[in-house]
Design a protein around this ligand. Sequence first.
Ligand SMILES: Nc1ncnc2c1ncn2[C@@H]1O[C@H](COP(=O)(O)OP(=O)(O)OP(=O)(O)O)[C@@H](O)[C@H]1O
Ligand SMILES: [Mg+2]
Length: 505
Amino acid sequence: MKLLRLPGRFEWKILLALFIVASLPLGAAAYLMSVTIGRIEAITFQHQEAVRQSLGGAVDVYKAYFDKMKDSFRARANEIATGPVDHAADLAEVPDLLRARILAGTRVVDEWSAAPNVIADAHEAPPNLVALPSVGPEPRLLEVTFGIPREIYSNFLALRAAMEEEHELDRLLPVVLPRIFHGLGVALVAVLALAAALGLFIARRATGRVATLSDAARRVGEGDLTVRVAPRGSDELDDLGRAFDRMVAELSEARSRLVYLQKVSAWQEVARRLAHEIKNPLTPIQLAVQELASTYRGGDPAYQRLLETAQEILNEEVGAIRRLVDDFSAFAKLPKVEPLPVDLGQVVDDFARAHPEWQEALHVDRHAPVEALCDRMLVRRVLANLVENAVQAAAAAGKKPMVRLAVALDASGRAASLTVDDNGPGVEAPSRDRIFDPYVTTKEHGTGLGLAIVRKIVLDHGGDIRLTDAPAPLGGARFVVTLPALPGAGPTAPPRATPGGRRIP
Ligand SMILES: Nc1ncnc2c1ncn2[C@@H]1O[C@H](COP(=O)(O)OP(=O)(O)OP(=O)(O)O)[C@@H](O)[C@H]1O
Ligand SMILES: [Mg+2]
């Protein structure tokens, strides 16, 4: 149905170009041919005129010659008839004689014929009839037939045939020329029709793809970043389509980061206020209860015990609330990232050494140095949250925790990756999208801030974090953090995990 619509302006241009290209050679050929044929016609006309004149002259000469011969044959016949002719064979010596017959009335009384090949064919002329002196009662007639040389006659015939052919040629040229031009015209129309069909097909394909691209660009302009053109070919338009898809994907990623960062910043504000509001009354509450317990002077020991127990519970709960407030404050006051070139592997090693409590569980895979641009202190915070989650997940599943940290440079050499694998139960599909949101937790005493802090720090670095779908090698979750690599660090071979990894001392 698409092919049936009227051509657009770009398609008209392509069609016009194709028309010109297709019709130029044929038009030029027709022009050259008409000029050449015109010249040939003029030359042959003159030539034919001359040939016709000379041929006509030659034929006339032959005709005159034949007339002369006929006259001479008649005269000779009369001459022969005056002599004594008793038998036809008496005339055997007469030159050019072909046949002699003596007739009495209608009867042939004597006949002689020249031996074949002696004398040439007779020219189609009636035989000469002359009266012979009578010998009997019946009148006698002599019929003599003369011949002319075979060569002369056949020359004459050839000349006549040539003349006829010449006339035929005259008639032929005016018939053939229009046919040639007609044929050229038909070829031109056919070529133009073919060029139109082909041009329209090619133009439609190109404009169709451009239309798809511009439609996709319009939808992106309207804010739909899920649009992809996904070209399958390998020409320039397909390259453009792939570049477009990459651009939209990057745009979509950038937008989701921006949205996330905006959300986090709003949550940080809430956390800051909450922390402030909760923290303020904690000390007065604690002091009041302490005061109550210490100033009780009554003699009721049961009441005294009740007061002490209440004070204990309160201190415990206030302590928990303080930790919560600390977490809120930490989240609210995340420091600004100050990136410096560091060996990411070294940062991971240092982190492992600084946490002897995880020494049993932690394995580090690192080979060549991976130079990245990052804030060492904040990356350690990222590691702490991820490892803590991993250890907690495995322990909650009743397993001995095992966490593998791998550091590598990606193939493009522009990003450094930090992979955290664990042997826990992994993350259920429905929660995957939400676990990076603040306050999302499945733990009884969790705040749900760990991964929000991690993602905020990573995004502030210009990197990203994702939870991979594929089953992780240790059977649990796999988080991959990407951070900007130091420019010019160059790609290195992907890390080869030594069996069991390198145990942190
Ligand atoms: N390695 C993991 N394996 C399985 N589930 C995980 C893992 N890491 C995170 N999760 C899930 O993501 C949720 C959010 O994690 P996050 O670190 O943000 O908060 P939290 O650990 O619950 O609380 P907090 O970090 O404040 O102690 C967790 O409650 C848990 O359900
Ligand atoms: Mg956590």
